[in-house]
Structures are given as structure tokens and as C-alpha cells.
Write a new protein. Structure first.
Length: 64
């Protein structure tokens, strides 16, 4: 499983990071770093929650 990041939609709410700080990295201004995030085994449910928490719908789940 991967999380796809649409950096254009990110508005810096940081809800993803607040829920899953080990999965997401933010830049100095609080925007999520671009690029696909590989979800470690066992963290799929957390990844789903964090993805759904983004009010800008900047995150989506994909298969790697
Ligand atoms: Fe950006 Fe959404 Fe996270 S706006 S910082 S991807 S909660």
C-alpha cells in the first residue's frame, strides 16, 4: 500500500502528520512533502485514517 500525495492540494493542515507522524513528513512551513509514501505492514488502518483526515483531499491510497 502507498499513500499518494497531491502536493498542489495540500494547505498545511497537518492533520495527517498529527495522526501518523511516522508516516508523514512536513516541510518547514507545515506542508506535507511530495511523493508517494510506502506504508509499512501493519499500518494500513492508520494510513487510511490519516488519509481521510485531510480536509483538502490531498492524500489518496494506492497500491505499490
Ligand atoms: Fe496537507 Fe492535508 Fe496533511 S492539507 S499537511 S495533506 S492534512
Amino acid at each position: 500500500m502507498i499513500i499518494k500525495v497531491d502536493r498542489e492540494k495540500c494547505a498545511g493542515h497537518a492533520r495527517c502528520w498529527a495522526l501518523a507522524p511516522d508516516l508523514f513528513e512536513l516541510d518547514d512551513e507545515g506542508y506535507v512533502l511530495p511523493g508517494d509514501i510506502t506504508v509499512p505492514p501493519g499500518q494500513e488502518a492508520l494510513a487510511g485514517r490519516a488519509t481521510r483526515a485531510c480536509p483538502e483531499r490531498a492524500l489518496s491510497i494506492g497500491e505499490d
